[in-house]
Ligand binder design. Structure first.
Ligand SMILES: [Zn+2]
Ligand SMILES: [Zn+2]
Length: 253
Protein backbone atom coordinates (compact mmCIF):
# COMPACT_ATOMS: atom_id res chain seq x y z
CA UNK A 1 0.00 0.00 0.00
CA UNK A 2 1.38 3.39 -0.99
CA UNK A 3 0.37 6.34 1.17
CA UNK A 4 1.08 9.94 0.19
CA UNK A 5 0.75 12.59 2.87
CA UNK A 6 -0.95 15.42 0.99
CA UNK A 7 -1.57 17.47 4.11
CA UNK A 8 -0.19 16.64 7.54
CA UNK A 9 -1.66 19.52 9.53
CA UNK A 10 -4.83 20.61 11.28
CA UNK A 11 -4.61 24.12 9.86
CA UNK A 12 -3.39 26.13 6.91
CA UNK A 13 -0.44 28.38 6.04
CA UNK A 14 1.65 28.54 2.82
CA UNK A 15 3.88 25.86 4.40
CA UNK A 16 1.24 23.70 6.10
CA UNK A 17 -1.48 21.85 4.21
CA UNK A 18 -4.62 20.52 5.90
CA UNK A 19 -5.30 16.87 6.62
CA UNK A 20 -5.41 14.60 3.59
CA UNK A 21 -3.84 11.29 2.55
CA UNK A 22 -3.85 9.49 -0.80
CA UNK A 23 -3.76 5.69 -0.84
CA UNK A 24 -2.54 3.92 -4.00
CA UNK A 25 -3.28 7.05 -6.03
CA UNK A 26 -7.04 6.50 -6.06
CA UNK A 27 -8.52 6.51 -2.55
CA UNK A 28 -8.24 9.62 -0.39
CA UNK A 29 -8.60 9.78 3.37
CA UNK A 30 -9.98 13.23 4.22
CA UNK A 31 -9.99 16.14 1.82
CA UNK A 32 -8.12 19.00 3.46
CA UNK A 33 -5.57 19.35 0.64
CA UNK A 34 -6.66 17.38 -2.45
CA UNK A 35 -6.64 20.38 -4.77
CA UNK A 36 -3.62 22.17 -3.26
CA UNK A 37 -1.40 19.05 -3.32
CA UNK A 38 -2.50 17.17 -6.46
CA UNK A 39 -2.16 18.11 -10.13
CA UNK A 40 -5.39 18.05 -12.17
CA UNK A 41 -4.59 14.63 -13.71
CA UNK A 42 -3.94 13.20 -10.23
CA UNK A 43 -7.19 14.71 -8.97
CA UNK A 44 -9.08 12.97 -11.81
CA UNK A 45 -7.66 9.59 -10.68
CA UNK A 46 -9.24 9.90 -7.21
CA UNK A 47 -12.19 7.52 -7.20
CA UNK A 48 -13.25 7.65 -3.55
CA UNK A 49 -12.75 9.81 -0.48
CA UNK A 50 -13.13 8.41 3.02
CA UNK A 51 -14.19 11.25 5.30
CA UNK A 52 -13.52 11.13 9.05
CA UNK A 53 -15.81 14.03 10.00
CA UNK A 54 -17.33 17.26 8.80
CA UNK A 55 -14.80 19.81 10.10
CA UNK A 56 -13.45 22.22 7.49
CA UNK A 57 -9.79 21.22 7.81
CA UNK A 58 -10.86 17.75 6.56
CA UNK A 59 -13.33 18.62 3.80
CA UNK A 60 -12.45 22.05 2.45
CA UNK A 61 -11.02 20.85 -0.89
CA UNK A 62 -14.00 18.60 -1.69
CA UNK A 63 -15.99 21.31 -3.51
CA UNK A 64 -13.01 22.30 -5.67
CA UNK A 65 -12.01 18.70 -6.46
CA UNK A 66 -15.52 17.94 -7.66
CA UNK A 67 -15.52 21.03 -9.85
CA UNK A 68 -12.01 20.34 -11.25
CA UNK A 69 -12.78 16.77 -12.33
CA UNK A 70 -16.19 17.60 -13.79
CA UNK A 71 -16.37 16.02 -17.26
CA UNK A 72 -13.05 14.18 -16.80
CA UNK A 73 -14.19 11.09 -14.88
CA UNK A 74 -16.28 8.06 -15.82
CA UNK A 75 -18.88 7.75 -13.13
CA UNK A 76 -19.10 9.67 -9.88
CA UNK A 77 -16.41 10.14 -7.25
CA UNK A 78 -17.66 8.47 -4.10
CA UNK A 79 -17.62 10.40 -0.84
CA UNK A 80 -17.78 7.71 1.83
CA UNK A 81 -18.56 8.13 5.54
CA UNK A 82 -21.04 6.97 8.19
CA UNK A 83 -24.55 8.46 7.93
CA UNK A 84 -24.18 11.45 10.32
CA UNK A 85 -21.10 12.68 8.46
CA UNK A 86 -22.77 12.29 5.05
CA UNK A 87 -25.85 14.13 6.34
CA UNK A 88 -23.70 17.01 7.57
CA UNK A 89 -21.89 17.38 4.22
CA UNK A 90 -25.20 17.37 2.35
CA UNK A 91 -26.88 19.82 4.72
CA UNK A 92 -24.03 22.25 5.29
CA UNK A 93 -21.71 22.06 2.27
CA UNK A 94 -23.25 20.71 -0.97
CA UNK A 95 -26.50 22.50 -0.18
CA UNK A 96 -26.82 24.88 -3.16
CA UNK A 97 -25.90 27.68 -0.78
CA UNK A 98 -22.22 27.24 0.20
CA UNK A 99 -21.69 25.17 -2.97
CA UNK A 100 -23.88 23.55 -5.65
CA UNK A 101 -25.34 20.10 -4.99
CA UNK A 102 -23.03 18.17 -7.32
CA UNK A 103 -24.97 14.94 -6.71
CA UNK A 104 -27.49 16.48 -9.17
CA UNK A 105 -25.00 17.96 -11.65
CA UNK A 106 -25.15 17.53 -14.62
CA UNK A 107 -28.22 15.55 -13.49
CA UNK A 108 -29.19 13.08 -10.78
CA UNK A 109 -28.64 10.08 -13.10
CA UNK A 110 -25.06 11.01 -14.05
CA UNK A 111 -23.70 13.00 -11.12
CA UNK A 112 -20.03 13.93 -10.67
CA UNK A 113 -20.13 13.00 -6.99
CA UNK A 114 -22.15 10.48 -5.01
CA UNK A 115 -22.34 9.90 -1.28
CA UNK A 116 -22.06 6.41 0.20
CA UNK A 117 -23.17 6.08 3.83
CA UNK A 118 -21.42 3.13 5.48
CA UNK A 119 -22.23 1.29 8.67
CA UNK A 120 -19.65 1.84 11.44
CA UNK A 121 -17.60 -1.24 12.44
CA UNK A 122 -18.63 -3.02 9.22
CA UNK A 123 -16.01 -3.70 6.51
CA UNK A 124 -16.72 -2.37 3.02
CA UNK A 125 -14.89 -2.49 -0.29
CA UNK A 126 -13.47 0.65 -1.83
CA UNK A 127 -11.60 0.56 -5.15
CA UNK A 128 -9.70 -2.68 -4.43
CA UNK A 129 -9.16 -1.94 -0.72
CA UNK A 130 -11.18 -2.91 2.34
CA UNK A 131 -12.02 -0.30 4.97
CA UNK A 132 -13.86 -0.09 8.28
CA UNK A 133 -15.08 3.10 9.99
CA UNK A 134 -14.58 3.05 13.76
CA UNK A 135 -16.04 5.75 16.06
CA UNK A 136 -13.58 7.94 18.00
CA UNK A 137 -13.99 10.73 20.58
CA UNK A 138 -14.32 14.23 19.04
CA UNK A 139 -16.77 17.15 19.33
CA UNK A 140 -18.79 16.10 16.26
CA UNK A 141 -19.48 12.52 15.03
CA UNK A 142 -16.03 11.32 13.94
CA UNK A 143 -14.60 8.05 12.69
CA UNK A 144 -11.16 6.62 12.27
CA UNK A 145 -10.58 4.11 9.46
CA UNK A 146 -8.81 0.78 9.25
CA UNK A 147 -7.72 0.34 5.61
CA UNK A 148 -6.40 -2.97 4.27
CA UNK A 149 -5.14 -4.57 1.10
CA UNK A 150 -4.13 -8.23 0.71
CA UNK A 151 -0.69 -7.51 2.17
CA UNK A 152 -1.08 -5.00 5.02
CA UNK A 153 -3.36 -2.73 7.02
CA UNK A 154 -3.04 0.81 8.34
CA UNK A 155 -5.24 2.71 10.76
CA UNK A 156 -6.07 6.44 10.78
CA UNK A 157 -7.32 7.91 14.06
CA UNK A 158 -9.28 10.87 12.71
CA UNK A 159 -9.51 13.83 15.12
CA UNK A 160 -9.84 12.40 18.60
CA UNK A 161 -9.15 12.79 22.28
CA UNK A 162 -8.40 9.74 24.40
CA UNK A 163 -10.44 6.83 23.02
CA UNK A 164 -10.58 3.03 23.17
CA UNK A 165 -12.55 1.18 20.47
CA UNK A 166 -10.19 1.98 17.60
CA UNK A 167 -7.09 0.93 19.58
CA UNK A 168 -8.77 -2.34 20.61
CA UNK A 169 -9.46 -2.95 16.92
CA UNK A 170 -5.83 -2.09 16.10
CA UNK A 171 -4.61 -4.75 18.58
CA UNK A 172 -6.72 -7.40 16.80
CA UNK A 173 -5.33 -6.62 13.34
CA UNK A 174 -2.59 -9.16 12.59
CA UNK A 175 -1.17 -7.43 9.49
CA UNK A 176 -1.27 -3.89 10.91
CA UNK A 177 1.77 -2.04 9.55
CA UNK A 178 1.18 1.51 10.81
CA UNK A 179 -0.94 3.74 13.00
CA UNK A 180 -1.62 7.31 11.89
CA UNK A 181 -2.64 9.27 14.97
CA UNK A 182 -3.39 12.91 15.56
CA UNK A 183 -1.54 15.23 17.94
CA UNK A 184 -2.99 18.73 17.67
CA UNK A 185 -1.73 20.84 20.57
CA UNK A 186 1.34 21.11 22.82
CA UNK A 187 1.12 20.19 26.52
CA UNK A 188 0.73 23.86 27.51
CA UNK A 189 -2.64 23.82 25.71
CA UNK A 190 -3.94 20.70 27.48
CA UNK A 191 -7.16 22.40 28.57
CA UNK A 192 -7.98 23.51 25.01
CA UNK A 193 -7.16 19.99 23.78
CA UNK A 194 -9.60 18.52 26.29
CA UNK A 195 -12.41 20.94 25.42
CA UNK A 196 -11.92 20.41 21.68
CA UNK A 197 -11.22 16.65 22.07
CA UNK A 198 -7.75 16.40 20.61
CA UNK A 199 -4.47 14.86 21.81
CA UNK A 200 -1.31 16.51 23.16
CA UNK A 201 2.07 14.74 23.45
CA UNK A 202 1.19 13.98 27.08
CA UNK A 203 -2.20 12.37 26.34
CA UNK A 204 -0.76 10.71 23.20
CA UNK A 205 1.87 9.03 25.39
CA UNK A 206 -0.96 7.42 27.40
CA UNK A 207 -2.78 6.40 24.20
CA UNK A 208 0.39 4.70 22.92
CA UNK A 209 0.04 2.33 25.88
CA UNK A 210 -3.17 1.06 24.19
CA UNK A 211 -1.46 0.50 20.80
CA UNK A 212 -0.16 -2.87 19.63
CA UNK A 213 3.61 -3.06 20.27
CA UNK A 214 6.19 -2.45 17.51
CA UNK A 215 3.75 -1.04 14.94
CA UNK A 216 5.00 2.22 13.36
CA UNK A 217 3.32 5.37 14.72
CA UNK A 218 2.89 8.33 12.35
CA UNK A 219 1.80 11.65 13.86
CA UNK A 220 -0.33 14.20 12.00
CA UNK A 221 -2.85 17.05 12.49
CA UNK A 222 -0.47 19.38 14.31
CA UNK A 223 -1.93 22.91 14.52
CA UNK A 224 0.59 25.05 12.55
CA UNK A 225 1.26 27.67 15.28
CA UNK A 226 2.10 24.80 17.67
CA UNK A 227 3.97 22.51 15.26
CA UNK A 228 7.46 23.27 16.60
CA UNK A 229 6.44 22.91 20.26
CA UNK A 230 4.67 19.61 19.52
CA UNK A 231 7.73 18.29 17.64
CA UNK A 232 10.01 19.11 20.59
CA UNK A 233 7.68 17.48 23.12
CA UNK A 234 7.23 14.36 20.97
CA UNK A 235 11.01 14.03 20.63
CA UNK A 236 11.18 14.21 24.43
CA UNK A 237 8.92 11.14 24.72
CA UNK A 238 11.80 9.00 23.42
CA UNK A 239 9.60 6.63 21.40
CA UNK A 240 11.78 5.39 18.49
CA UNK A 241 8.87 4.04 16.39
CA UNK A 242 7.21 7.47 16.37
CA UNK A 243 7.49 9.63 13.24
CA UNK A 244 6.22 13.15 12.75
CA UNK A 245 4.67 13.45 9.29
CA UNK A 246 5.15 16.36 6.90
CA UNK A 247 3.44 17.43 3.69
CA UNK A 248 4.66 15.38 0.72
CA UNK A 249 5.89 12.39 2.72
CA UNK A 250 5.39 9.03 1.03
CA UNK A 251 5.15 5.75 2.94
CA UNK A 252 4.95 2.19 1.62
CA UNK A 253 3.59 -0.74 3.63
ZN1 LIG B 1 -9.14 18.63 12.28
ZN1 LIG C 1 -12.12 18.06 13.96
Amino acid sequence: MQIRVLGAYGGSTPRHRQTSFLIDGTVALDAGALTSALELEEQARVRAILVTHSHMDHVNSLPFLVENVFGKVDGPIEVIAPPEVVASLKTHLFNNDLWPDFTRIPNHLLPVVSFRAVEPNTPFAVNGLTAVAIPVAHVVPTYGYLVSDAHSSVIFSGDTGPTDAIWKRACLEKKLAAIFVECSFPNAMQEIAEISKHLTPSTLAREIGKFPPKVAINIYHMKPPSAAAIAAELAGLGVPRLRLLGDGDELNY
